[in-house]
Write a protein that binds this ligand. Structure first.
Ligand SMILES: [Zn+2]
Ligand SMILES: [Zn+2]
Length: 459
């Protein structure tokens, strides 16, 4: 298997530089060039007008390398120049030698403004170049998440179309390590299990390149089967990661498999037991300690003449422990603030219905807060909410998943958890102090009791 995807898009003019024939270094020299391509690239409308209207230059012909003025304008977000070119005979759907249109070039740097103009003027969003790349591929290759979001939601671009090698935008985003892009594509129902010509899924590519964050997003949104898929050479993503020396990724993928194993057999007896977690054990420990305390310390102390304040303290410790147990139960049983999954997702695992527009027009997404997207629950979660991998749900104001309580600690049970801790710690301090005090007075008493006993025997 080839170790790297042929990064063919690097060869295209779009990534070459800001100006025709050049790049940054040659830019100053190139700026002096007196042609429509340079004028378009620099957005020099006056020059463009002069060249077209006075010198009769054409805006619909390709430059020496086969690229068009409209492409240069699109690459640099020169909306006014692009508008002028379109009005003077530039075709929005003309393709260069590699089959790319101006819209492809606008995706390289994620220029939504100029793309919007091109699309309004009739640019087709589904044009594929020689390699089968559509605009969505290019956006994913350059990590232009906002651009991708815009063309998919507003212009119905296909976020899951394969290129000539069978690679979807998700393959590209995973390969390049653009985690936000991966998140968005998964949210848009891109197919995780798609295998390219080499049999690689997006997870394979993320593992080959050692992109840990992309792997995390893919695994969290995925299933155990995703980790088992083998490429044409029979290797799983974890094996590829360790072959390439990405130890952290290999460890993560191995660990993920164990988490899935635990989650998968949740229906078996053992699974149900493990789902209960450590809460029953902790419950039993507290009850056993409380019972021992009441039985041997409090009941035992009645044999000795103790002050009423001491007796009150002894019982207070027990009461605090019992109150703490109530809080423990509440915290363990309560909904910690789970956020409902998208209903559509719950109905079927893989459907082709378009996403709810209301969800996609969420202000957080419009503001580009991609981390608020949960690719697993298919929701835009509120700020401070997080996805718990143990519970496999998003939790509002997520703090942590507590194995001892067998529940997440979040918005709705954080006070119960806090009170549980405060009550049990106070109970431990008081009962501990009472026990020590009893033992000390006990050893003092023992001496006096034995004196009384022998006195009684002798008399
Ligand atoms: Zn979630
Ligand atoms: Zn949890």
């Amino acid at each position: 298997m080839a170790s790297e995807i042929e990064v063919v898009e690097e060869g295209s003019g779009a990534s070459g530089g800001a100006a025709p024939g050049g790049g940054g270094g040659a830019g100053a020299q190139e700026a002096l060039k007196n042609d429509v391509y340079t004028a378009a690239a620099y957005g020099d409308l006056e020059k463009l007008q002069r060249l077209v209207e006075e010198e009769g230059c054409s805006v619909s012909e390709a430059d020496g390398a086969g690229y068009y003025a409209l492409q240069w304008a699109a690459l640099n977000n020169r909306t006014a120049a692009a508008q002028y070119i379109i009005e003077h005979g530039g075709d929005v759907n003309t393709t260069d030698n590699t089959g790319q249109t101006a819209l492809h070039w606008s995706a390289v740097r994620g220029h939504v403004q100029v793309a919007e103009l091109l699309l309004k003027e009739g640019a087709r969003v589904d044009v594929a170049d020689l390699y089968g790349y559509q605009t969505t591929h290019v956006a994913a290759q350059y990590g232009q998440t906002a651009f991708l979001y815009h063309i998919v939601t507003k212009w119905d671009a296909d976020p899951d179309v394969p290129d000539n090698d069978g690679r979807s935008p998700l393959h590209w985003a995973a390969y390049k390590g653009f985690a936000d892009c991966v998140r968005l594509l998964l949210f848009l129902d891109a197919y995780r299990g798609r295998q390219d010509k080499e049999g690689c899924t997006p997870l394979h590519w993320a593992a080959i390149r050692g992109n840990l964050e992309a792997c995390t997003v893919l695994v969290q949104a995925g299933k155990k089967e995703d980790l088992m898929i083998t490429d044409n050479t029979g290797l799983t993503p974890a094996q590829l990661a360790s072959d390439k020396g990405h130890r952290q990724v290999a460890f993560f993928l191995g660990n993920a498999r164990q988490v899935f194993d635990r989650r998968c057999d949740a229906n078996s007896h053992l699974g149900k037991l493990s789902k209960l977690g450590l809460a029953p054990a902790l419950w039993c420990i507290i009850i056993a300690m409380l019972f021992t305390y009441i039985h041997s310390v409090i009941a035992g102390s009645y044999n000795f003449k103790l002050t009423p304040i001491f007796g009150l303290c002894a019982w207070l410790g027990a009461l605090l422990a019992i109150a703490g147990l109530f809080m423990f139960y509440n915290c363990s049983r309560k909904d910690p603030g789970f956020i409902n999954r998208n209903v559509r997702d719950a109905q079927s695992l893989r459907d082709d219905e378009p996403l709810l527009k209301t969800e996609l027009n969420h202000p957080a997404l419009l503001a580009g807060n991609w981390s608020q997207l949960c690719a697993t629950c298919k929701i835009v979660r509120p700020i401070r909410a997080k996805h718990c991998s143990t519970c496999d749900r998003c939790v509002e104001q997520f703090d942590h998943h507590c194995p001892w309580v067998s529940n997440c600690i979040g918005k709705k049970n954080k006070w119960d958890f806090f009170m549980f801790l405060v009550l049990e710690v106070s109970a431990m301090i008081i009962t501990g102090a009472v026990t020590i005090a009893t033992k000390i007075s006990c050893s003092n008493c023992e001496r006096s009791f034995s004196t009384i006993f022998w006195w009684m025997v002798e008399s």
